[in-house]
Design a binder for this molecule. Sequence first.
Ligand code: AMP
Ligand code: ZN
Length: 497
Amino acid sequence: MIGKLRVVNTLTKQKEIFEPINPPFVGMYVCGPTVYSDVHLGNVRTFLSFDIVYRYLIHSGYKVRYVRNITDVGHLVDDADDGEDKIGKKAKLDNLEPMEVVQKYTNDFHQVMELFNILPPNIEPCATGHIIDQITMIQKIIESGFAYEVKGSVYFDVEAYNRDNNYGKLSGRNIEDLLINTRELDGQDEKRNPLDFALWKNASSDHLMRWPSPWGNGFPGWHLECSVMSTKYLGETFDIHGGGMDLKFPHHDCEIAQSVGAGGKDPVKYWMHTNMLTVNGQKMSKSLGNSFLPSQLVTGDHELLERPYSPMTVRFFMLQSHYSSTLDFSNDALQAAQKGYRKLMNGLKVLDQLETQITESVEPNEKVIEQINQLCDNCYRAMDDDFNTALTIGHLFNLLKKINSIHTGQLSVGEIGLECFNRMKNTFKTFIADILGLRIEQPLQAENVLKLILDFYKEAKAKKDYEKVDHIRDMLKGEGVVLKDMKTGIDWAFEEK
Ligand code: AMP
Ligand code: ZN
């Protein structure tokens, strides 16, 4: 380890030295997906950014408990307190049981995470599994005088809370501004104040997802699940809470209000927010129609895509920018990313082939040794500086230049010595595989390789080169493939034993 990890905290707007509450343990909570539709590439960017945080904390020796929830109830279509539940609506549309919708999109989400090599969290709790905990928290908020019941629904009383607390402190809004920007109560509204938000919503009998509560049948508000599940699994105050920056308000500001309002403490030490993936400067979002699915990316089947891109190309593309900057999607940038990713992979390949036996005594090249050590340190410095993957990749490319000069013979392992060589090798490999999570994608399809081998086989047979013929047969047999001389020609089959 080189220095101290520093993190930009949304709450203080400062870059702070990361000091966990109870080292070496770190509690990290990230708002997960609402499982009513396919995950798009914008969502992937946020989950990937926290994958890097998770990986680097583990690499730095922390024992991380990473909790990422599944929102399976309570997220309404208008993101406020009216409208239909997103999952309920989808279930009605597709004539499915709501839990079928939840399962389908949860499975889909997991597949997408795996595709991009995003590690699973340690706990993945869902809102419907924590209804009792949510009811308990609402009761505490009511007891503290920060919530009120109207016709079977319970609302958080923002004005009462704000008398001694600062509602909106995370996103930096103040109540007066918020009041100006919020619609007037239309008389139909049950809320005392338009800023109040639902903790529990009354549900009529045609509502698919509802549970009994002290206030009648209903369902929990969206913000509540994250307050409940984060503190349940990570404690009253925990280290890191993350999500996309569009969640700062109201979702995360409401979370703070709920935790404090329930008689607890400020729930989070470091708030982290990722910036958006954009398309022509506009946030990628399903509702704007400018989003595409990871599967479309891999097939290239979308009007925005000039051609297919592999998952690791996309991962690399996203890591080339810092998580707090916007990242604009473009075919040019993805093509450049493909080139960059492949260069790094070639570096890994070369490293494994390099001859490391020092046969002759050579003068150590202290200058190059110093440069390599500096580059290795720089990789850590960049990651320690608020997980700056963009800068880290730059340093890795400089390390790659040294690796390539050994490969081409301009520099010898003898000149830098085994210790320096091994440090370079370990740093390069560790950063690429463990910290950046880039895995090697096989360049060839097995089917295509087999076709090529069959051509060689036919050629060898025609030339009566039986040594080669036997060699190819044996080699393929070792892989469970047999060659068959058919009337129609030579074909391959799986060996049946
Ligand atoms: P959702 O399922 O809509 O709640 O979104 C899941 C996560 O993806 C949230 O943390 C959002 O902030 C994040 N997100 C949504 N759109 C984008 C985008 N275009 N770029 C980056 N993150 C996004
Ligand atoms: Zn959340």
